[in-house]
Design a protein around this ligand. Structure first.
Ligand code: GLU
Length: 234
């Protein structure tokens, strides 16, 4: 396969729907350093960095509209919402809360270089600080879930709800423990203030993409895609 056909999932499907609404064609590339992106003294990694340096026009992914990021790039309205959750393999029925996991000596994994890592390391909520103290970063979710599924270690994976649900439906022994730790939304990121001329006039790209996202929310396209890619299997 070539071009965009090499990719499948919720995001490529959503992009096809956006093409129908906006008449814009997309060409999908994978972020070079495989990171979502954090900024430090103006240097940004991942998708955020590629947008900032003009290496990509849009970042469309499970990319969190995080507080610091909105100072660097523009985001659309969220096309999906959730929060950071905790997953454990075959948990003991007595493990119902994060406090229980900490008391039983669990350590935690999360993807490095993204908003979950940043959230935990900067939170001043005491339970989050405790989690941050035994936090190890992984390069991607597959690595984390493989480890949790295969090893007998007491480890939990921190992942946002959509990711958590996806993996929990692939492996029914994975269970979400407790309530989400925060509340996040995914938006499409682009360089600040970029605009295009269309037949209808000049628009901020963000406005056009918001239009498409609102349309897909309004007519249930996003809901249908969610049930396609997150079927209830367990
Ligand atoms: N959605 C996160 C981000 O935009 C990545 C996944 C995570 O950090 O859990 O950085």
């Amino acid at each position: 396969m070539s071009g965009n056909d090499k990719f499948e999932g919720f995001i490529p499907d959503m992009m096809k729907e956006m093409t129908k609404i906006l008449g814009i064609e997309f060409s999908i590339n994978v972020v070079k350093d495989a990171r979502y992106g954090l900024c430090n003294n103006g240097n940004c990694t991942g998708m955020i960095g590629e947008i900032l340096r003009g290496e990509a026009e849009l970042a469309i992914a499970d990319l969190t509209v995080a507080p610091k990021r909105v100072l660097t790039v523009d985001f659309t309205q969220p096309f999906m919402t959730g929060g950071v959750t905790v997953l454990v393999n075959n948990p003991d029925p007595n493990l119902n809360t994060l406090e229980d996991l900490l008391e039983h000596g669990y350590s935690f994994l999360c993807v490095g270089g993204g908003s979950t890592e940043n959230f935990l390391k900067s939170s001043r909520v005491s339970i989050h600080e405790k989690i941050a103290n035994s936090l190890e970063t992984i390069t991607n979710f597959n690595e984390g879930f493989e480890r949790v599924l295969k090893s007998g270690e007491k480890i939990a994976v921190l992942a946002e709800l959509s990711t958590a649900k996806y993996h929990a439906s692939e492996h029914c022994s994975l269970k979400i423990i407790g309530e989400p730790l925060n509340s996040v939304g995914y938006g499409i990121a682009m360089a600040k203030g970029i605009a295009v001329r269309t037949n209808e006039g000049v628009f901020e790209v963000r406005t056009l993409l918001d239009h498409a996202i609102l349309q897909m929310r309004y007519d249930s396209t996003l809901e249908l895609l969610q049930s396609k890619w997150w079927p209830k299997k367990c």
